[in-house]
Write a protein that binds this ligand. Structure first.
Ligand code: IVH
Length: 686
């Protein structure tokens, strides 16, 4: 078989398997086999770049960097929808539609209004050629490389599958699935970074990212809701949705055909609560006239079609009694005030507590004893208190306000607040039980030392029995100390009792888990140590850069800020960590226990030594590498990588669109500048 035939065959096979997986929820092959085929294709494409097909599934993995997205004009303008929050206005609109159609019979299609960003996708002869954002409605950004990472979007459709020909445009809503949003936030929080605000903004931001490999990792998705085809072969919107679904497009099954506005209102009511079961954020319902000829008759206003309207759900907000305010102490000692609420159901889940963020927010809300408060789900994910329900809080004026605390609720140490920060902290790092417990929980989590035979309850038992004072103590636990320990837990919410007891099997598992954690790689140990602001990614970069704990410990502030991803704040925190005597004791206990404090070979693909002893930096974008790939390449060949230009720098690799100020500075300092090709030569020729 020729390379072309092989590439064609693999491309078709992988696209077919992808369709089966994402549209039919079936897999003919294991994930491993799929990856193997994809790798084969990647290799063939690398060797024969001229044979890469536009619908190659390798585009889904991303890897292209787009510096500036090209602005392109929409073939048909992307209008918005007129919208309303009231049923009466909806009935008025229905009346206008009826008049506009001179009393003829008609139907509506009801759809969910997905809350992401609108996208237009063009297909020519069955091939996805372009993905564009809405922009200002007349022109948008060409984000084809990013749109191609959407797994549920066919990159090619077979002509036979389409009753409307193979050149057409589809419109849909690109979104970040709730599950992905939650997972990303979990990771960001664990790394001490600011979580994303809501799935909509996250989707909008991600679709505009320059590195499509990062976009691919974020697993964006898209629901298709309109078809535009020149030949007008289909008569109704319902027919289009069905045909699109059949051709492999991701059309949500939530749409429904209705005969009149009352049925449409029933649809609205049905989905008001049920919409939270969907994988994507939603903000209302769209009503559309079904028949295309009738749509034409109704026409458009300057901004929106007369044949469609959006009914928006109000952000669900409920009033409930504020039972009290409690204060949580986090792993870092930060104090978060929490509203304790009479349970209330919001967006399908029971809410009993809601964050009050910090003391400033508490003051703004002016919460008093006996108050009722409105609770909302911010971005429909995290509950928050928005204001006091003054109508129900009859005694608000005369009641005593809830005050922020002056000392730690757990250890009674006076709280402190750093200048410029919103949060109050308990400074008793060494002796405050919830901080200690938080640090141990952080240490054992999957992304750190991964001791899954331990959990919150078991750690509490160990702490209460005086067996552990920090995570390092886990490594001196003995079988006979643990056997027979027990504790009755009372569930905070249900009041149900649950007994945790350490039987033989439990103890064996705990000790086995602790033992196995000794082989976790250095980067994970470093993350588990819980240095403030050192998240998983930063820990990996530090481990790669310094190679072992001693080098990291000795690093000066200047050396630390030279590491990719490390800024002043992080560097400062690392220096402070190592200069603290308690941390030194903790660290030496971990060393005695035999944990990995050296970056092993496993993680570093060592390609060669051609850059050994050299310090490099890049600017601009490159043809063959994303930023991460270039950094990895430098390290894999023995080089060091820094972030800023200094005299110490050996080479500046200059790419497309390089920053002029960087170039000027490099020139002034006499740093050698090389191209991407020079860099590759250096590696190849040593
Ligand atoms: S139809 C002529 N259907 O809502 C307008 N739009 O405010 C055609 N949207 O920009 C749009 N779900 O991003 C339509 N099922 C749906 C939708 C939907 C979400 C968004 C879309 C549009 C905005 C209009």
């Amino acid at each position: 078989m020729t390379a072309k035939e092989q590439i064609d065959q693999l491309t078709d096979r992988l696209n077919y398997l992808n369709y089966q997986y994402y549209q039919e929820a079936q897999s003919e092959v294991s994930d491993q086999e799929f990856d193997l085929l994809l790798k084969q294709l990647e290799k063939l494409e690398e060797e024969n770049p001229e044979l890469v097909r536009d619908d190659s599934p390798t585009h889904r993995v991303g890897g292209t960097i787009t510096k500036n997205f090209e602005t392109v004009k929409h073939k048909h303008p992307m209008l918005s929808l007129s919208n309303t929050y009231s049923e009466d206005e909806l009935r008025d609109w229905d009346e206008r539609v009826r008049k506009g159609l001179n009393g003829a019979d008609f139907e509506y299609i009801c759809e969910i209004k997905f809350d992401g960003i609108s996208l237009s996708m063009s297909f020519e002869e069955g091939l996805l050629t372009r993905g564009v954002t809405r922009g200002d409605g007349t022109q948008g950004d060409d984000i084809t490389t990013n749109v191609k990472t959407i797994r549920s979007l066919p990159l090619r459709v077979q002509e036979g599958q389409l009753p409307f020909g193979s050149t057409f445009e589809v419109r849909g809503e690109g979104f970040m699935p709730n599950a992905v949003f939650e997972q990303i936030n979990e990771e960001l929080i664990a790394e001490g970074k600011t979580p994303l605000a809501n799935p909509r903004n996250s989707a909008a931001g991600t679709f505009k990212m320059q590195d499509s490999a990062v976009v691919a990792a974020r697993q964006l998705d898209c629901y298709i809701y309109e078809l535009l085809e020149e030949k007008h072969l289909l008569r109704t919107h319902a027919e289009s949705l069905e045909a699109l679904k059949k051709a492999g497009f991701n059309v949500s099954d939530s749409w429904q055909k209705v005969g009149d506005i009352e049925e449409a209102i029933a649809y609205i009511n049905k989905w008001e609560a049920k919409r939270f079961e969907l994988p994507c954020a939603t903000d209302g319902i769209v009503l559309k006239v079904n028949d295309y000829r009738q749509r034409e008759e109704l026409g458009f206003t300057a901004k929106s079609p007369r044949w469609a309207i959006a009914y928006k759900y109000k952000a669900e907000s409920k009033s409930t009694r504020l039972k009290g305010v409690s204060f949580q102490v986090g792993r870092t000692g930060a104090i978060t005030p929490v509203a304790e609420l009479e349970p209330v159901i919001l967006s399908m889940t029971t809410v009993r507590r809601a964050t009050l963020h910090n003391s400033d927010e508490m003051e703004r809300l002016d919460l008093r004893k006996g108050d009722f408060v409105f609770v909302e789900k911010a971005g429909e994910i995290i509950p928050k208190v928005t204001r006091v329900d003054l109508e129900k809080s009859l005694d608000h004026e005369n009641s005593e306000p809830f005050e922020f605390i002056g000392e730690c609720p757990a250890c009674r140490t006076a709280l402190v607040r750093n200048e410029g920060e919103a949060a109050w902290f308990c400074p008793n790092e060494a002796g405050c039980p919830p901080q200690i417990k938080g640090r141990i929980e952080h240490f054992i989590q999957r992304k750190a030392l991964d001791i899954d035979s331990l959990g919150e309850g078991k750690i509490e038992i160990l702490m209460e029995n005086g067996l552990i004072g920090d995570a390092a103590d886990l490594y001196s636990l003995r079988f006979e100390q643990l056997l027979g320990l027990e504790k009755v837990h009372v569930d905070e919410l249900t009041g149900k009792e649950r007994k945790v007891s350490f039987k033989e099997k439990t103890v064996e598992n705990i000790l086995k888990g602790i033992e196995q954690s000794k082989s976790q790689e250095f980067a994970k140990v470093l993350f588990g140590m819980g240095i403030r602001f050192v998240g998983q990614t930063t820990a990996e970069k530090l481990a790669d850069y310094f190679g072992n704990i001693d080098a990291l410990e000795k690093a000066s502030l200047e050396e630390l800020v030279a590491v990719p991803d490390v800024g002043e704040k992080v560097a400062q925190s690392i220096v402070e960590y190592f200069s603290n005597a308690d941390n030194q004791v903790f660290l030496s206990k971990l060393k005695v226990a035999g944990l990995q404090f050296e970056q092993g070979e496993r993680n570093q693909v060592q390609e060669g030594e051609s850059l050994s002893g050299l310090i490099l930096l890049y600017t601009g974008t490159f043809e063959n590498y994303s930023r991460d790939e270039l950094e990895a390449k430098i390290i894999a060949n023995g080089g060091k990588f820094v972030k800023s230009i200094s005299k110490k720098l050996d080479y500046l690799i200059v790419g497309e669109g390089a920053g002029p100020s960087k170039l000027a500075k490099a020139e002034k300092l006499g740093v050698k500048m090389i191209s991407e090709a020079d860099f590759e030569k250096m590696i190849d020729q040593g």
